[in-house]
Design a protein around this ligand. Structure first.
Ligand SMILES: C[S@@+](CC[C@H](N)C(=O)[O-])C[C@H]1O[C@@H](n2cnc3c(N)ncnc32)[C@H](O)[C@@H]1O
Length: 166
């Protein structure tokens, strides 16, 4: 972000877009309150799940189990999950990144970390992309064969850690 004014303009524009859309979105059922690590959507409801400034940012308060259960759950309802940023509130890489990547890969998820152009919190310019098992595979350009998908009944939403007022 070039300067604080540009950041302010960007945030205001996002808020205005949201407020403009909210009445119609609510009427059409596009805004649904729910809480990780369990979501009330059926399997594979969405192409893409986006999680912004929640997982990883609050690593001091949200456990590794909570992160794992939440990401599995996002992958249950969406073909691809993107989580941003990967730093904690102190601006350090989240302590959960390495164990989350290892455990999810071990379970057959495809996990990658990608640089992005957007940097709202200083140093937070990376996202985690996770594709789950048993869902439609949408190949990404440049990453052919990256994923190993294992059809499995799974136990989505398992784990604990609880939500938080963030
Ligand atoms: C710092 S705000 C980020 C808001 C927005 N995503 C953004 O990037 O500007 C953190 C958000 O996480 C949400 N949150 C907290 N616990 C949650 C949970 N267990 N499941 C889903 N969302 C949660 C809060 O309601 C809040 O909207």
């Amino acid at each position: 972000m070039p300067d604080p004014e540009a950041l302010g303009r960007l945030r205001l524009a996002a808020m205005e877009r949201f407020l403009f859309d909210y009445p119609a979105g609510q009427r059409d059922g596009r805004y649904v309150p729910d809480s990780l690590p369990r979501l009330g959507f059926a399997d594979a409801t969405f192409d893409l799940a986006l999680c912004s400034h929640c997982l990883f940012l609050y690593s001091g308060r949200l456990t590794l189990d909570f992160h794992l259960a939440s990401i599995r759950e996002l992958c249950r309802v969406a073909a691809e999950t993107r989580i941003f940023p990967l730093i904690d509130l102190a601006g350090r890489p989240s302590q959960h990144i390495t164990p989350v990547c290892a455990k999810l890969r071990d379970e057959g998820y495809a996990v990658s970390i990608q640089k992005v152009d957007y940097e709202f919190v200083k140093g937070g310019n990376e996202m985690m992309v996770v594709r789950g098992e048993g869902h439609r595979f949408i190949p990404s350009p440049g990453t052919p064969g990256e994923a190993r998908f294992i059809p499995s009944p799974g136990t989505p939403g398992e784990g604990k850690g609880g939500g938080a007022d963030l």
